[in-house]
Design a protein around this ligand. Structure first.
Ligand code: PMP
Length: 354
């Protein structure tokens, strides 16, 4: 069986060695004579997986002991609610709006507390001097807008705690965690299957939630229990553990960044040199290295593009239903070779139909 070149936005490609290991040990994990799917989360073997995954995340991002690493269910959407529920006693956050996911998080926060708009821009990230955080307890932004293909290539410096949705760029480049109060990311793009989100939170923020916050929505509950107050998503955490190992073996986040620059440049170069056959409307300095969004000047050709790409095993290139067009998601597990194949196809297609 031939595996396809997978450009899905999430859930998305996982490293092949990870999938092979899952397959190999599915029936008999760790010599237990049972699957990892079938054993207690409180077994010594499974708690070791959780502890090791936390340790590997800490080592990959060089996270100090001032932070907790938590595993929480409910995806990014639950984080949109947990952030204001936990951090809006008194003042609430100021949100930078520049794409689908930051706007959705802002709407959710407004249901819960008096969240403010820090700035609102289109097709780019805001500049530092456009961000207004006055009267806010935290600044919230989404470092990579998955749908719009917009990514911050600088870390804002706003003088208050920063909360960042890194769902679609988690572990794809080095970051300085000390700059943040809280970082969250759904695993299903760069770090595993759907079902678990990773939250990195500075310990002093754990005491901010009021006593009326339900236990399952209170970060403290997770911090005090190795994320096992209730039954955690064991399979998703187990796969994330394998992905973390893979990341370390491959050279860590600096190496992921090096590859993502090569991969994204391959595609943007073709778009930019196609004389308008392909176009991307995002400001150049704000282009995403994870989600390359583009359209064809001749809209009528877009369906044909998708069909011909599929015939060459290049899959899941359709843009998000809100935007249409095309989107190539090129997360860590998407190889340079896969992106070269796509680049070659795009060149051929443009020559044929220009
Ligand atoms: N934030 C970002 C940046 C995303 O890309 C997504 C999902 N694509 C979400 C949040 C929402 O995540 P979930 O579907 O896991 O709730």
């Amino acid at each position: 069986m031939q595996r396809v070149y997978n450009f899905a936005a999430g859930p998305s490609a996982l490293p092949l060695p990870v999938l092979e290991q899952v397959q190999k040990e599915l029936l008999n994990w760790n010599g237990m004579g049972a699957s990892v799917l079938e054993i207690s989360h409180r077994s010594r073997q499974f708690t070791s997986v959780v502890e090791e995954t936390i340790a590997m995340i800490k080592s990959l991002y060089q996270i100090s002991d001032d932070y907790e690493v938590l595993f929480i269910q409910g995806g990014g959407h639950t984080q949109f609610a947990m952030v204001p529920l936990n951090l809006c006693a008194g003042q609430c956050g100021a949100y930078a709006l520049n794409g689908v996911w930051s706007r959705k998080a802002f709407k959710e926060a407004q249901k819960i507390a008096q969240a403010k708009e820090a700035t609102s821009v289109e097709l780019r990230v805001p500049r530092q001097d456009e961000i207004d955080v006055s009267g806010a307890s935290y600044f919230y932004y989404c470092s990579n807008e998955t749908v719009n293909g917009i990514q911050y290539h600088y870390t804002p410096d706003v003088g208050i705690d920063m909360v960042c949705d890194m769902s679609s760029e988690f572990m794809s480049r080095p970051i300085d965690v000390n700059r943040y109060g809280l970082i969250f990311a759904g695993a299903q793009k760069n770090f595993g299957p759907a079902g678990v989100s990773i939250v990195i939170v500075r310990k002093d923020l754990l005491d901010k939630a009021s006593s009326t916050v339900p236990s399952m929505l209170d970060y403290k509950t997770y911090a005090g229990s190795l994320s096992m107050y209730n039954t955690p998503p064991t399979f998703a955490i187990y796969v994330a553990h394998l992905v973390a190992k893979w990341l370390i073996d491959e050279g860590g986040v600096a190496e992921m960044e090096r590859r993502s620059i090569i991969k994204s440049n391959l595609l943007y170069d073709i778009i930019d040199s196609s004389n308008g056959f392909y176009f991307n409307q995002v400001e150049k300095q704000s282009r995403s290295r994870m989600n390359v969004v583009f359209n064809l000047e001749n809209k009528a050709l877009e369906e044909r593009f998708i069909q011909e790409a599929e015939a060459e095993n290049l899959r899941y290139l359709k843009g998000h239903r809100i935007l249409g067009g095309m989107r190539a998601s090129i997360y860590n597990a998407v190889s340079i070779e896969a992106v070269e194949k796509l680049a070659e196809f795009m060149k051929k297609f443009a020559t044929r139909y220009a």
